[in-house]
Structure formats: C-alpha cells, structure tokens
Write a protein that binds this ligand. Sequence first.
Ligand code: SF4
Length: 126
Amino acid sequence: MMNREITCIVCPNGCTLKVDFDKAADGKISVTSVKGNLCPRGRTYAVQEMEAPKRTIASSVLVRGGEIPLASVRTSAPIPKERIFDVMKEVRAITVTAPVSAGDVIIKDVLGLGADIIATKDVAQI
Ligand code: SF4
C-alpha cells in the first residue's frame, strides 16, 4: 500500500487529504482509504484525482477575418489529464471565421471526451 497527501480544491476549506492507495503492475491506482476530509465531497475528489485525474483546459484558436487574430477558448467540462496533449493538438489545428461570440461551440464533443471546446471571447468581423 502507498500513501499521498493532496489538497482538496472543491471548496475554500482546502482540507489536506491523506490518501492510501494500491498501484497495480499496469499502473492503475485504486484508492483504499481517504482521511482528513470534512465532507463526503473530499473523498469523491480524492478518488477521482488519484484514479482518473481530469482538468479543464484553456487555450486559443486562430480567427480568420477578425479584429484580432485569436479567440480564447476552454473546455466546457474537465477532460482526462492524459488526453490534454491530444485535445491541444485539435485546438491548434482549428481556424474559425469571425465573428466569434463567447459561448460559441468551436469543437463539439472534442475527441469523443464528452466536453466541447467553447469560445470565451467575442471577436468581431473586420
Ligand atoms: S473535503 Fe469537503 S470541506 Fe474539505 S475542502 Fe473538500 S469539499 Fe471542502
């Protein structure tokens, strides 16, 4: 059995979670115990963070015919941490045409991960 301390980021309390886990030969982690959480959300967070970490990512896409050449974007939901590089590759390959409005879906269900790439900035047409 192995252990690690992580900080819960679900709420401002920032509880220090003591996590016991097993690591299989293939690298798969199974959490066996979580201590230090003041509420059940801490256990849920620790299990996800250790067994299948996810992140929301922010980047930008090229804009054709816009008042500025880039529009900022982000994922609509967290994606598996190990797929960030693949998603960034998809984002870098995209060029959109102005106008762009914050909230526009730039890539629907990127790589089938259940999250969209959405614009977070308006870019007017020139
Ligand atoms: S364990 Fe609960 S109380 Fe503690 S930081 Fe996480 S969400 Fe907040």
